[in-house]
Design a protein around this ligand. Structure first.
Ligand SMILES: O=C(O)CCC(=O)C(=O)O
Length: 278
């Protein structure tokens, strides 16, 4: 994407705490992925996890990188990834990739921050940057993500379960909402009638974290190694096989990437200048 456009999204993120990137996917691409998700839900017999956070009428499929190349391409999307790299840095990681499919009758998810579980004093630099791909239109009625604009500048986290003034991040299918881990937000209430066509809201939650903290989903163990070997190189890096700054995550001074490519340059040997000659 053009640098100026990235700067524009980064300015919106800095100012209001979110941006919406339109037309990342065409409507046809969004429909095709939504069909894939519905098929997976049937195959995997996905049911709501039925708790106050994940929802009683919401279907979620986790660990989606194990479910085919469609999802690999989401993680490395050339329009969205540079914006997220601008918030974190190029050493970022995929934290998790899941579907969030909100059905009619779902109540509002508690307003929360995604990095709230990390017990660091506020404010702190962004540790998490999350994105939501709309695979159906997101409307106020079908449960579009609720956001509290400007809340990324607050020095407190929301009280769990307390109602807050928020706006719906309405967007057409194929658009992507981006926000840093400290923006107050939550999944919306779905007030659509059960029998209305398109009563369900489907999103892909493509979440990233800084390269120096733990990923929410453990992809090094959760994805079979034989599958990881077939990933594109950038995806291997993004799931945690490239040490951050060549150091964090090395194995005996070597990059795990060397398992796939002997010429890999992430090795610790390239980080430090040689010691002065004796
Ligand atoms: O579904 C949404 O719109 C947001 C969900 C969310 O924030 C979460 O589950 O952490």
């Amino acid at each position: 994407m053009h640098e100026a456009r990235i700067d524009d999204y980064l300015a919106q993120l800095a100012e209001q705490g979110y941006c919406i990137i339109e037309n990342v996917l065409s409507p046809e691409q969004a429909d095709a992925i939504a069909d894939e998700v519905r098929k997976l839900e049937a195959e995997l017999e996905i049911k709501p996890h039925a708790n106050i956070f994940e929802g009683a009428k919401t279907r979620r499929i986790y660990n989606l990188l194990t479910q085919g190349t469609t999802f690999w391409a989401i993680a490395t999307n050339p329009v969205v990834l540079p914006v997220v790299e601008g918030v974190l840095d190029k050493g970022l990681l995929v934290s998790s990739l899941s579907t969030i499919h909100i059905g009619p009758g779902e109540i509002p998810q508690p307003i929360h921050v995604d990095d709230g579980i990390i017990n660091l004093p506020l404010p702190h630099p962004p540790l998490v940057c999350n994105t939501m791909y709309a695979l159906t239109d997101f409307t106020e009625q079908n449960g579009a993500t609720r956001i509290v604009p400007g809340s990324h500048k607050f020095n407190t986290a929301p009280e769990f379960g307390k109602p807050y003034d928020s706006i719906p991040a309405e967007m057409s299918k194929g658009s992507v909402l981006v926000w840093p881990g400290n923006l107050w937000h939550g999944g919306g209430e779905n007030t659509m009638p059960e029998d209305a066509p398109d009563s369900w809201r489907m999103g892909l939650a493509m979440n990233y974290c800084a390269g120096f903290i733990r990923q929410q989903e453990n992809q090094q163990i959760g994805i079979p190694m034989e599958m990881i070997k077939t990933f594109p190189k950038r995806l291997q890096e993004l799931i945690g096989f490239a040490p951050y700054q060549g150091v964090i995550g090395h194995i005996d001074r070597r990059s795990p990437m060397a398992m796939f490519d002997a010429t890999d340059t992430h090795s610790l040997t390239n980080v430090f200048p040689p010691s002065p000659e004796e």
